[in-house]
Design a protein around this ligand. Structure first.
Ligand code: NDP
Ligand code: 2IT
Length: 448
């Protein structure tokens, strides 16, 4: 990875001192700034107009209490966040995460990344993120509903199809979006479909949104491999996680002829040398909401390794699809030693800076999350488009659009990397290309 340019040292120091303790946010900012040295030398106007300082300071940050009653009648209190980071390109757009680890620093890292990811799609969406430290594990449907209703009772006043449009992320899928949308509709007395994305197909959702992040990650991987005359067909692949992104990354990789042999959750990992049985994995994770070990119990040649790291499983392509900093330098060394050829981040910032550097030094094709996982939010934008025109598209048409968008994201990253003298560096390409789009819009809009 690059060293931080002298012209940007002061900006990063300011981010550190203004946002104490927000480790993940610091990491995400540094990763972008490290790519921007050559850009600000070529375009000093960005520094004169304080574009970097403005980008690092969210336009609006909301923190609020979410009180709700559990099934035993006890009152529970959670904390929720919405960070509306940047609206130069369109309404604030980005998911909501429910996980006990959520605090302001996580929401800000995700919101910051979202600005650049959304810019890379070429679509008219600004960047935001939200969530709560609510832990959905072990909670009943009724508890999830009451929590979502209480959260929306505050959040609704900040949302709108032209203002801020949340979607899912870790712990938030179609079930939660349904409860959130129901409460928004009740409070506002408006059937405003485009205020949330990731909705069910019965009430304004888009075909392919469920699959989009995982599918998009695999489309991006296929594009990267093609630059070396390779493809996923016949490749040995592992994914981490076994949630929304992981399941559909595995599905598309299998459709393209890959042999997907491992996945994981926070309890450990499963290796299935026969290739993952997607129907069973979906039943265990999506329908029964069980641990991944339950999958292994039902497959003759699968083993479950409790507490282990999925990165120990030999593979040619690795798709980290669980959470931030899940793949560190030591894991990267193991993957490289065992012959990994491509790594694409389905999750947001799953590789530590050390891991990223090691992959790049070893010549492994490496796709950062803000490029590789942009298919999810891109398809959210297609959902908004369908909602705005009161239309709904077929699966085939929507998937075709997604694929074109991912080819476009790949092309923009590759072109910017070439232009700035770092061919094949998708980290630099993604950061530079997206920064230029957002920065130019910000300059056009004046000091706002
Ligand atoms: P899900 O909640 O559907 O699945 C998350 C998966 O990751 C689960 O298998 C979970 O295991 C595992 N996981 C989560 N947190 C941890 C942790 N702290 N340690 C170990 N494992 C963990 O989420 P998604 O699939 O939607 O999201 C996965 C990643 O993809 C996130 O980084 C998210 O930000 C990113 N992303 C999601 C998009 C989307 O459209 N949903 C779009 C773009 C990026 P367990 O059940 O044991 O917690
Ligand atoms: O990280 C992400 O891009 C998401 N969780 C999806 C955001 C969205 O608005 O679809």
């Amino acid at each position: 990875m690059e060293k931080l340019d002298d012209a940007l040292q002061e900006h990063y120091a300011t981010v550190l001192s203004r946002n104490p303790g927000e480790r993940e946010f610091h990491q995400a900012v540094l990763e972008v700034l490290e790519s921007l040295g050559p850009v600000v030398h070529k375009h000093p106007e960005y520094l004169h107009q304080a574009v970097i300082e403005r980008l690092c300071e969210p336009e609006r940050q909301l923190i609020f209490r979410v009180p709700w009653t559990d099934d035993q009648g006890r009152v529970q209190i959670n904390r929720a966040f919405r960070v509306e980071f940047n609206s130069a390109l369109g309404p604030y757009k980005g998911g909501l995460r429910f996980h006990p680890s959520v605090y302001l620093g996580i929401v800000k890292f995700l919101g910051f990344e979202q600005i650049f990811k959304n810019a890379l799609t070429g679509l008219p969406i600004g960047g935001a993120k939200g969530g709560s430290d609510f832990d959905p594990k072990g909670r009943s449907d009724a508890e999830i509903m009451r929590f979502c209703q209480s959260m929306m009772t505050e959040l609704y006043r900040h949302l709108g199809e032209y203002t801020d449009v949340p979607a899912g992320d870790i712990g938030v899928g179609q079930r939660e979006i349904g409860y959130l949308f129901g409460q928004y509709k009740r409070i506002t007395n408006r059937y405003e479909s485009g205020v949330l994305t990731g909705k069910g197909l019965a009430y304004g959702g888009s075909q392919v949104r469920t699959e989009a992040t995982g599918y998009g990650t695999v489309f991006f991987t296929e594009e990267m491999l093609a630059t070396r005359g390779e493809s996923l067909s016949g490749r040995r692949v592992i994914v981490s996680g076994s949630g929304n992104v992981a399941i559909y990354a595995a599905e598309k990789a299998i459709q393209l002829g890959a042999h997907v042999v491992a996945c994981s959750d926070s309890s450990g990992y499963v290796v299935d040398e026969d290739g993952l049985d997607l129907a069973l994995l979906r039943q265990v994770k999506e329908v029964d909401r069980q641990r991944v070990s339950v999958y292994a119990d039902q497959r003759p040649n699968a083993t479950f390794v409790e507490g282990g790291q999925v990165w120990d499983v030999p593979c040619e392509v690795a798709l980290p699809c669980a959470t931030q900093n899940e793949l560190d330098g030591a894991a990267a060394k193991v993957l490289i030693d065992q012959g990994v050829r491509a790594v694409a981040e389905g999750a947001n910032m799953p590789c530590t800076p050390d891991a990223t550097r090691l992959f790049q030094e070893a010549g492994v094709l490496f796709a950062p999350g803000k490029a590789a996982n942009a298919g999810g939010v891109a398809t959210s934008s297609l959902e908004m488009q369908q909602n705005a025109s009161r239309d709904s598209w077929s699966f085939e048409h929507t998937e075709q659009r997604l694929q074109e968008i991912m080819v476009g994201v790949h092309g923009r990253c590759a072109a910017a990397a070439d232009e700035y003298g770092q061919p094949g560096n998708y980290v630099a390409g993604a950061n530079i290309s997206s920064f230029l789009r957002v920065a130019d819009a910000m300059l056009s809009l004046g000091v706002v």
